[in-house]
Design a protein around this ligand. Structure first.
Ligand code: FAQ
Length: 345
């Protein structure tokens, strides 16, 4: 980071609290901080936790990172539903590793949010009380084993398409968390594809099960990218700040273009009669998304919203003893006596 204006000094002081200082000084300092921030974003530099940043930039990051973290941990539920019924030990081990990875992604993301000055308890409280969102996709049920494959192929595939550009997000801790997350999501996507391929090439019933799962997950996966650009409240500002690098519709189109040849290789059909290559645009055209369904899910009226939140709250309550034990352990090991013991050892 090599800007001439200051980015680290204490926040500009105002004069209305009686702490002194000249209001024109404060305004000049404030303008200098803003200019340094704008220059850093324009130069594609990373904004770090101790740098000055506009309040609205911080609030947008907290909103997006929290929503992302919540999605990762709520997203464990639909697949965990199949751990006990995985058809082989190999499949069970793979699925357990994947679900654990999602928990890990949640942890990196909550840590990234904490660098912005919010506490994890506060964020979880907002999730549990419905004041913060999680991705619409996790409000759909996993009815058959093939759904585990469809989630890996389509949901993780959509997540990667959205998250690879986030590795270049202007906020350092979020961008760095995304690098590792994307590597793991890439493995998840391949396991889903491989699982669906095995079913697609299996018996007639297995092929039908794979097709049915793709039929149910395709449209909700397209909704993961968020509302159309014309309806997206935050995109323009988030792109100006380089939090988002592409619009919702651009990423959705990219995902459709990636999936079409993959579906062909899988021997499965995407459930959209309007899906066809458009030579002029150099992209696939696709049918209209049911945005009413998306809004209903966002309002808490999707097929599994209630179940997901109830289960999350229960898991949180049942995990209270683990948090207490971890805090007691940390306190014990950071006490002066423990520090002395550690030095003596
Ligand atoms: N679901 O103005 P925009 C995963 C909300 S991780 C629910 O376009 P923005 C891994 C949005 O929050 C999946 N709400 O918003 C995995 C806003 O509401 P607000 C999660 C949605 O932020 C795989 C309003 O609509 N990934 O799957 C959704 O600029 C398998 C207006 O929307 C991320 O979170 C939605 N789909 O763009 C885990 C990626 N879309 O807050 C387990 C990071 C929009 O004003 C198993 N997030 N909304 O009340 C992003 O890239 C962005 O936040 C977008 C939305 C693109 C999701």
């Amino acid at each position: 980071m090599a800007t001439s204006a200051p980015r680290h000094p204490a926040a500009p002081r105002t004069t209305d609290d009686g702490t002194g200082g000249d209001s024109s000084d404060a305004e000049a300092r404030s303008a200098a901080f803003q200019a340094a921030f704008d220059a850093a974003v324009a130069a594609d530099e990373r904004i770090e936790p101790r740098d000055w940043m506009p309040d609205a930039y911080r609030a947008t990051l907290v909103r997006q990172i929290a929503q992302h973290a919540h999605s990762e941990i709520i997203g464990m539920q639909p697949e965990a539903n199949w751990i006990t019924r995985a058809p082989s030990l190999r499949r069970k081990a793979i699925l357990m590793a994947k679900v654990q990875d999602e928990a890990g992604h949640g942890l990196y993301l909550y840590s990234a949010a904490e660098t912005l000055g919010v506490g994890r308890d506060e964020l979880l409280d907002k999730l549990h009380s419905g004041r913060q969102k999680y991705s619409s996709i996790f409000n759909y049920p996993t009815l058959t084993w093939a759904d585990v494959g469809a989630i890996g192929w389509l949901v993780d595939g959509a997540a990667i398409t959205n998250q690879v550009p986030l590795c270049r997000c202007s906020y350092g801790p979020y961008a760095r968390a995304m690098v590792r997350v994307c590597k793991e999501e890439s493995f998840h996507q391949r396991q889903g594809y491989e699982l669906l391929l095995a079913l697609s090439r299996g018996t007639e019933a297995q092929h039908a099960m794979a097709q049915d799962a793709v039929d149910r997950w395709w449209w909700p996966s397209l909704m993961m990218f968020g509302p159309p650009d014309t309806e997206s409240a935050h995109s323009a500002q988030s792109m100006a700040w380089k939090i988002k690098r592409h619009s919702n519709d651009e990423l959705r189109q990219r995902f459709v273009d990636i999936c079409v040849p993959q579906a062909e290789s899988l021997g499965l059909t995407l459930p959209d009669p309007e899906l066809r290559w458009n030579e002029e645009r150099g992209h696939h055209d696709f049918g209209a998304i049911d945005w009413t369904e998306f809004q209903e899910v966002l309002k808490g009226r999707g097929p599994c919203n209630e179940q997901r939140i109830t289960q999350r709250r229960r898991a949180h309550d049942e995990g209270a003893w683990v948090r207490e034990a971890a805090a007691a352990h940390a306190a014990k090991h950071s006490s002066p006596a423990a520090t002395r013991e550690g030095r003596a050892a």
